[in-house]
Design a protein around this ligand. Structure first.
Ligand SMILES: [Fe+2]
Length: 339
């Protein structure tokens, strides 16, 4: 046992689930190669009740085209299996893809949930996008806000939310039976860990969050949010275990300490560029996956705050917001992902 009683509860839940097949969820994963994102559908077979974690709305930024291939595949599966979707869970406000949670909710129901710390992310990016009073920035865009240790159920399966900040301030992992949905903390052991240079991100917090996950039982099944294929690996893989991560994660193995991890992570993050969908993604994802309201011509528009605009700088007397707000990342460079 540890001094982290929430983690102790999660460990007990996992161990009980390993002993009792009826308390073990079935996980069906859907992988979007365009954004390297794994959407996981976690299912209680006894009750046919399910949750969808980290869904993807397809978006082509060059043409401004939204499409529903990824989300419709989940809807088709839910309907073909006769499932009731109780939850649409977000591990965090993603910077590399738009969430399909709002679209899924209209089609198949479920409550949209995220960390209560989304308020910090809403505040940061609400200012960046100059969001007005139509955007409350109080979390009310989501149905449920989870705190660390909050319990919930999927059918007859018990679940617990675990705060794992670092990649962003609002990252949650979801423990469902013996399965943990890690969001952007750990990637596959041969790929490493998530970046920590987004606004409010912190490599030291990320290290501590990862250590928290690695104190769960070895046999805990881990379902990751992304995979990018490590060098020498030809297949996408997004399931591993605590034991495998503890033994072999390339960013952590050999007893890498906190300071060494922070140095490695910060140096690596300085070489990364912004995800190419970060501006569209955050606008939608901090708003519960809702697209902006249509304008008077019936069309919806996304905003792109401009950097390096000398005339606006002279007119307002301030530097452009993104370079100030996102000073730690190389946001003006070419596309990059969550790694
Ligand atoms: Fe992310």
């Amino acid at each position: 046992m540890t001094t982290d009683w929430i983690l102790d509860q999660a460990s007990l839940l996992i161990l009980n689930s390993r002993r009792d097949n009826t308390a073990r969820p079935v996980v069906r994963s859907f992988f979007d190669e365009a954004t390297f994102t794994a959407t996981h559908l976690v299912l209680d077979p006894a009750s046919a009740r399910a949750a969808v974690i980290d869904s993807v709305l397809d978006f082509d930024p060059a043409s401004g085209t939204i499409s529903y291939r990824s989300a419709d595949a989940i809807i088709a599966y839910v309907r073909s299996q006769g499932l009731t979707v109780e939850w649409l869970l977000e591990t965090h406000a993603h910077a590399d893809h738009l969430s399909a949670a709002s679209y899924l909710q209209r089609q198949i129901g479920g409550q949209i949930a995220i960390s209560r710390n989304i308020l910090h992310v809403q505040n940061t990016f609400g200012k960046l996008f100059n969001a007005g009073t139509e955007f409350a920035k109080d979390g009310s865009e989501f149905d449920v806000l989870f705190d660390d240790g909050d319990g919930f159920a999927i059918g007859d399966l018990s679940a617990i939310s675990l705060a794992v900040p670092g990649h962003t301030p609002a990252d949650l992992a979801y423990v469902v039976g013996d399965a943990v949905f890690t969001g952007d903390t750990l990637f596959m052991p041969d790929y490493g860990t998530a970046r920590a240079d987004f606004p409010g991100g912190d490599a030291r917090e990320l290290y501590r969050s990862i250590q928290r996950l690695l104190r769960l039982p070895d046999e805990t099944r881990l379902f990751l949010c992304h995979d990018y294929k490590a060098p020498g690996r030809d297949a996408f893989v997004f399931e591993t275990s605590v034991g495998e991560e503890r033994a072999g994660n390339i960013h952590l193995r050999g007893g890498v300490g906190e300071d060494a991890f922070v140095k490695m992570r910060n140096e690596r993050d300085h070489t990364l560029t912004a995800p190419h969908l970060i501006l569209p993604s955050l606008q939608v994802n901090i708003n519960g996956g809702r697209l902006p309201e249509p304008e008077d011509n019936g069309k919806r528009y996304l905003k792109i705050p401009l950097n390096g605009d000398k005339e606006a700088t002279m007119a307002s007397g301030v530097r452009s917001a993104p370079r100030q707000t996102m000073a730690r990342g190389n946001w003006h460079k070419a596309p990059e992902a969550e790694r």
